[in-house]
Design a protein around this ligand. Structure first.
Ligand code: FES
Length: 99
């Protein structure tokens, strides 16, 4: 597991792009629960970490595709999946497992 952020860096309902081992990852705070997925939108490569969050859905800032942040699945098409990463909270720190 890699430490990637402090909880206090990211308010509920917000996301950010972090680079872990050279890989851009979108990290989101969903009402206190942190989730991580590949930052690259499978449509045309939009930056999901800069997308708007609605409940547990992120909306790609480029063309509006929507993804469930917990499963990585596109809302309109279960076959389109963004890779998700296990996240652990330890005290104030956020850790991500990259394989
Ligand atoms: S690049 Fe994400 S919706 Fe087009």
């Amino acid at each position: 597991m890699k430490k990637v952020a402090s909880k206090s860096e990211l308010n509920p309902g917000n996301g950010k792009v972090i680079i872990v081992e050279g890989r851009p990852i979108a990290l989101f705070n969903l009402g206190g629960e942190f989730v991580a997925l590949d930052n690259r939108c499978p449509h045309r490569g939009g930056s999901l970490g800069e997308g708007e969050i609605k409940d547990d859905i992120v909306i790609c800032p480029w063309h509006g595709w929507e993804f469930n942040c917990n499963t990585g699945k596109a809302v309109e098409n279960d076959d389109v999946i963004v890779k998700t990463y296990p996240v652990e909270n330890r005290d104030d720190e956020i850790f991500i497992k990259i394989d």
